[in-house]
Design a protein around this ligand. Structure first.
Ligand SMILES: [Zn+2]
Length: 588
């Protein structure tokens, strides 16, 4: 090759490079941008507060007042391109940009519910809702009206939610009364808490329930004077009918999962940690992601009792990449039960039930070997532990696993609820790098009876958020919905005031455990990002991070300081996930 040859090659290379640069430039100016204006932007990009809650010196906080540290956010694709002044943000406007008016609201990193079960919202889709119905006549009438006249022969009529307090067993319609209204269709209706359920002749026939049928453990089949099942079932006996209900298809699971995501988006959440995902929902979330239909991000905590699912993921290993719409990286196990039913495992007897210390362990489906195996493979574990013995046993368990697999300690393991903790054990959370994953609403809902269960000493280690903070234990907050109300203003209010929905008691319940507004907000944003290994991708509003943003009607930091009761007036304005507006109050 002669000299001219080389230079022409060089020339074509340069041309080529210029062309590439031009195309890059083009796509940059032409790609879709979203500009959030007119907001009080709190980026949470400053350092964490001290363990007593004092804001760091670089926080936009002075003399008891918070000031927004930006006015506008520019998003390009699914990432944040710019955070700063409104004037400069508007310079990013192009012919493909969309302006989101925050209407003076508070713009924050996307809210995360780090322990939730949103698909429960969707599981009743297509069923007849009977909430508030207190009499037999009204129940039968509502079923008849809502089932309509175009029922296909043999199609199931399903309902839920009648008031079990008023409709006690002797007041419920029996199989004959239900069959009179629905002679040709199977009917199955369950009460608001699932304590009782009713079925007609056709449903009993399909389930093969006869005089001889035995009720499962924890259930009862109510019989008439001749010993025949009368169509009323208690507790677990509902399973006898549930087993023969039409199986849900993959499409059904997707629809249910999608519905749950939409509820979360409307509630301001940009992500949730699904605390106990079974294989049906793993598939549903995965397909929704593949089809580009995910509304909010889902971080799956695989259900530990689904051993087939765990074995499958043991082979695959955890999904370590961050920033996806759906991530499988965690396992959720149960150790004890709840404090309300005295199922939480305590070190000493229940104060209101001498001789009783709760239930635990293998009896409750905790498969130590299986869980350990998943941890050895790099999965995060979240264990449900409520009582002080439950928490201690699980700390012991973590310690034992870390002795065997030291590298497992790096995987940010969690204790879900961490509700009652012995004073000696708070520091062990820190030593073992365990995250306390807790629900402020549980404190608000349990305060009326928790001390009866625990007595005046143990109660000091219950719902002890400040004590955890003082020990340097990472916190993440959540609702455990549908068990509790996931309204973020409720969660923040409970965390900041230690009061319940009735705004009681004055001054707060064990008020020394209150968190500051900043800590509470971080526990639903930046600290939740840490709990799912995503703090480099989200949890603050900074250039390059994922565009997950929530806009609230009120400035919760200052409102909490001046008049926390006003938090109840808060509304969700807008939810932005992965650069897309997934909910906007003003578009409804
Ligand atoms: Zn839960």
């Amino acid at each position: 090759m002669n000299f001219t040859g080389i230079s022409s090659l060089l020339r074509s290379c340069i041309l080529c490079l210029v062309f590439i640069l031009m195309t890059l430039g083009c796509t940059k100016t032409e790609s879709k941008r979203l500009i959030v204006t007119n907001g009080k932007v709190y980026t949470l990009s400053w350092a964490n507060p001290a363990q007593d809650g004092t804001p760091s010196s670089d926080a936009p906080y002075e003399d008891g007042v918070w000031s927004p540290d930006a006015e506008a956010v520019v998003v390009e694709g699914n990432r944040i391109l710019y955070v700063g002044s409104e004037q400069e943000a508007l310079e990013y406007k192009n012919n493909m940009s969309e302006v989101v008016d925050a209407r003076g609201g508070m713009v924050i990193p996307g809210l995360v519910d780090s322990h939730a079960h949103p698909y429960y919202f969707g599981e009743d889709l297509g069923k007849i809702e009977l909430t508030g119905i207190k009499t037999k006549t009204k129940l039968l009438q509502a079923l008849k009206n809502k089932a309509g006249t175009d029922l296909k022969a043999g199609e199931w009529v399903l309902g839920f939610g009648y008031d079990e307090g008023n409709l006690s067993v002797e007041k419920l319609p029996n199989r004959d009364e239900l069959s009179e209204v629905f002679p040709h269709n199977p009917v199955f209706v369950i009460g608001t808490h699932g304590f009782s359920s009713i079925a007609n002749d056709e449903a009993l026939k399909r389930a093969g329930i006869t005089k001889e049928t035995q009720a499962p453990v924890g259930g009862e089949i109510i019989k008439d004077e001749n010993g025949h099942p009368n169509g009323i079932f208690l507790n677990n006996a509902a399973e006898l009918i549930e087993e023969v209900l039409p199986a849900k298809t993959a499409e059904d699971f997707k629809e249910i999962a999608l519905y749950g995501m939409q509820v979360m988006a409307e509630s301001g959440y940009t992500a949730f940690h699904d605390a106990g995902t079974n294989s049906d929902y793993v598939n549903a979330y995965q397909q929704l992601e593949d089809e580009g239909k995910s509304v909010v991000r889902v971080y799956a905590m695989l259900r530990a009792t689904d051993s087939a699912l765990l074995n499958e993921w043991y082979k695959k290993g955890p999904e370590l990449q961050t920033g996806e719409m759906f991530t499988v990286r965690s396992v959720k196990a149960y150790y004890d039960a709840s404090l309300g039913v005295r199922g939480a495992l305590l070190l000493e007897d229940y104060s209101d039930k001498p001789g009783h210390r709760g239930i635990s362990g293998e009896d409750y489906g905790f498969d130590q070997e299986m869980v350990k195996k998943m941890m050895s493979k790099g999965f995060q574990l979240g264990i449900h532990a409520i009582g002080d013995a439950g928490n201690r046993d699980m700390l012991d368990f973590y310690e034992e696993v870390f002795n065997e697999y030291p590298e497992a300690q790096r995987n940010r393991h969690r204790i879900e609820h961490a509700q009652v903790v012995h004073p000696d054990d708070f520091s062990r959370f820190k030593e073992l790098d365990i995250i306390a994953s807790m629900e402020p609403p549980h404190m608000a809902e349990d305060m009326d009876w928790a001390e009866d269960r625990l007595g005046s000493e143990r109660i000091k280690g219950a719902y002890a958020w400040r004590t955890f903070r003082q020990h340097g234990v990472p916190l993440t907050f959540n609702s455990d919905l549908t068990g509790s109300d996931h309204n973020i203003f409720y969660g923040l209010y409970a965390a900041i005031t230690r009061k319940n929905k009735n705004q009681k008691p004055e001054g707060g319940w064990y008020p020394s455990q209150k968190l500051t507004p900043e800590e509470a907000l971080r526990a639903y944003t930046s600290w939740s990002a840490y709990a799912s290994f995503q703090e480099k991708e989200k949890g603050s509003l900074e250039t390059g991070k994922l565009a997950d943003i929530t806009i609230l009607s009120i400035d919760v930091l200052n409102t909490s300081l001046t008049n926390p009761d006003k938090l109840w007036d808060g509304e969700i304005y807008t939810t932005i996930v992965d650069g897309k507006v997934v909910y906007n109050k003003f578009d409804q």
